[in-house]
Design a binder for this molecule. Structure first.
Ligand code: ZN
Length: 305
């Protein structure tokens, strides 16, 4: 998978170092691939480098609304891709969560007239300096001009281009501010980083993330979706119900193994020394998360330490 080539790099980018790397990285060779999912709905994904998270675009007579916006240097490319679908500027941006590779373009898009919409915890976490012990890095507060303008608790609905865009906050999963964005008529959903297709996920326990919430979030989509639902993951290629079910099954398996490790009385280090996910590594471990890191995050999520 093309995405996997950026392995170690992406680890930094997806986490808190993303903003810093955005300034260092050369985005000039990255392009955006557009996949039309239904009339008035498309997915944009980076090709040729790490562009940030996948984007959904709703376009039509009312104008354009997008889900997530990668990094500042990607905004001119996002704008061009969006205008190739439909004339006119981006009117709404919905952020799936607060990580810099999903909200990085907020400020220039807001300057261009877009209204930024996100769960209230996205605005809260973007508003303050944060320090990640896991990454030993500071994430500076975002400028006021990058913050969501409309925030919500449980969710909201955008009635836009004849589509019902249902934004649903889910219990803490990847972070404590995740939302799923459903395009109900098109039978599609953007899951943010509560789903990364084909690789181990990052559970940002420092931002309130939880392995149980990750599994619940996947189950919630699997229950509402069907075999024809187009599922946009935070990273990785467009997915099906089957892909998400496989991801959920892997998470349930990993959680069970870590629970056994905790019950055995071993320390995390002793448990990781047994390489408890060795048989899963080949299939899931060549993305931005290595299995020992995932084990540590699941362990932290289950024990609180
Ligand atoms: Zn994320």
């Amino acid at each position: 998978m093309r995405f996997r080539r950026f392995g170690a790099w992406v680890l930094c980018a997806v986490l808190v170092a993303a903003a810093a790397h955005a300034q260092e990285q050369d985005f000039s060779k990255i392009t955006l691939k557009t996949t039309e999912l239904a009339p008035g709905l498309a997915m944009l994904e980076g090709v040729g480098g790490f562009a940030g998270g996948n984007i959904a675009v709703s376009y039509g007579a009312d104008g354009t609304a997008i889900v997530d916006d990668q990094f500042v240097p990607m905004v001119p490319k996002i704008d061009a891709a969006v205008r190739a679908l439909s004339d006119g500027p981006v009117r709404f941006v919905i952020n799936t969560h607060w990580h810099p590779d999903h909200v990085g373009g907020n400020e220039p898009l807001r300057d261009g007239g877009a209204v930024i919409v996100a769960h209230e915890n996205v605005r809260k976490r973007m508003s303050v300096d944060a320090f990640s012990k896991l990454m030993n890095r500071k994430v500076p507060a975002a400028p006021a001009a990058a913050l969501p303008v409309v925030t919500f608790g449980d969710g909201l609905v955008l009635h836009w281009n004849g589509e019902t865009i249902r934004v649903v906050h889910v219990a803490p999963a990847h972070t404590d501010g995740d939302s799923h964005i459903w395009f109900e008529n098109a039978n599609a959903v953007h899951m943010g980083d509560t789903f990364v297709n084909g690789i181990f996920p990052f559970i940002d326990v420092e931002s309130g993330g939880s392995i149980k919430g990750f599994i619940d979030s996947a189950n919630r989509v699997l229950t509402k979706a069907n075999a024809r639902t187009r599922i946009i993951p935070g990273h990785g290629p467009l997915a099906t119900h089957g892909d998400l079910a496989k991801f959920r099954d892997m998470l349930v398996d990993v959680k069970g193994r870590v629970e056994k490790g905790i019950a055995s009385g071993k320390t995390l280090e002793q448990f990781n020394a047994t390489k408890p996910l060795a048989d899963l590594d080949n299939e899931w471990g060549d993305g931005f998360m290595k299995s020992d890191r995932l084990v540590a995050l699941v362990w932290m999520s289950l024990t609180g330490k």
